[in-house]
Design a protein around this ligand. Structure first.
Ligand code: HEC
Ligand code: HEC
Length: 293
């Protein structure tokens, strides 16, 4: 609000207040026109209009209203930019209320924070809160049933790219994860891609050409094993998926060639800033419990 409106509002409000006082005084002083019947002379169908002064209590109500208005405008914002002597604002009132609720919630959460994970997963209340936090913050990507979608891991199946220990899940939620697989086709060549793809398919037990698989295994050990392991079972450190279990983060085994040609990446956002420590722990415990059911 610039100064023009600031002063316009102040002037309008104060002129109004003064006008009310004047109106009150002017009408209170006015002499009642006395005729012998004390009427204004208006008459309609036998009903006459009396010319009595306003009752005193009624007049006082006006006076009190005006004094109240002046006091209110002194204490609370109402005159342009003036903040009021109490320095009250909706924002502050909301914040105070919010802080109170947060404090109460933290108190009730504090009973969970020190519990070991084995107890937490058996605590119905903790799991209920965890599931709500999940619905609000995670379901968007991982699905309301936590079963994920293409590119978003299923969290219920005990197959983990970044590890399924409670501490590992906690880290996934807190700091986020960023799985990156570089495109390796330039190093492998077209034939090499075919061979490695055949080998990777053979790991999840589909019949493949034995020659391709043998060559593919050599190349896998050279180019892929550093991340996915010599047995192809993946590595928690890099978030490299297990390639032997026929569970495909990116859909089906159809994507093997695409993965090698184009590379892959997936980003799980960090939640330490979004959720406080208690809530991170509760939602991680909930996720942990899902794969243990
Ligand atoms: C630098 C480490 C690294 C190397 C080297 C690497 N990968 Fe990966 N790979 C990953 C990561 C990390 C992912 C998961 C990507 C994500 O998070 O979306 C992945 C995903 C995949 C997937 C998809 C798995 C799924 O469940 O959808 C396939 C298939 C795959 N890699 C095959 C290969 C093959 C074949 C090679 C060798 C030619 C290879 N990778 C080399 C790190 C690597
Ligand atoms: C913006 C989408 C998004 C949101 C929101 C999100 N995630 Fe994720 N999450 C991902 C992606 C993508 C990955 C896979 C990262 C990768 O490719 O390595 C992932 C991975 C994970 C993992 C590791 C899975 C594994 O196999 O090791 C866990 C655990 C997880 N998320 C839990 C959560 C929880 C709990 C929440 C809510 C607090 C959440 N995520 C919110 C996208 C999301």
């Amino acid at each position: 609000m610039n100064n023009f409106w600031h002063w316009t509002v102040i002037v309008i409000v104060i002129v109004h207040l003064i006008a009310y006082i004047w109106l009150l005084l002017a009408t209170a002083k006015k002499k009642v026109a006395k005729n012998d019947k004390n009427t204004t002379g208006h008459e309609w169908d036998g009903i006459v209009e009396l010319d009595s002064p306003m009752p005193r209590w009624w007049l006082w109500l006006f006076v009190i209203s005006i004094i109240f208005a002046a006091g209110y405008l002194y204490a609370y914002p109402g005159l342009g930019n003036y903040q009021g002597s109490l320095n009250w604002s909706q924002q502050k009132q909301f914040q105070a209320h919010y802080d109170k609720v947060t404090e109460a919630r933290n108190k009730s959460f504090a009973t969970f924070i020190n519990k070991p994970i084995d107890e937490l997963v058996n605590d119905d209340k903790a799991m209920l809160i965890g599931s709500r936090i999940f619905a609000n913050n995670c379901a968007l990507c991982h699905g309301s049933d936590a079963q994920g979608a293409t590119g978003f891991p299923n969290l219920t199946d005990d197959d983990w790219n970044w590890g399924g220990d409670f501490e590992q899940i906690l880290t996934s939620v807190k700091t986020g994860r960023n799985g990156i697989m570089p495109p390796l086709a330039p190093a492998l060549g077209e034939e090499g891609v075919k061979q490695v793809a055949a080998y990777v398919r053979s790991l999840s037990s589909t019949e493949q050409d034995a020659n391709l698989v043998a060559e593919g295994q050599n190349k896998f050990n050279m180019f892929c094993a550093a991340c996915h392991g010599t047995d192809g079972k993946g590595n928690d450190m890099f978030g490299a998926p297990n390639l032997t279990d026929n569970i495909w983060l990116h859909g089906t085994s159809e994507i093997i060639e695409t993965a090698i040609y184009e590379g892959l990446s997936g980003k799980m956002p960090a939640h330490a800033e979004i959720l406080d420590e208690n809530r991170v722990k509760l939602v991680a415990a909930y996720v942990y419990s899902l794969s243990k059911e």
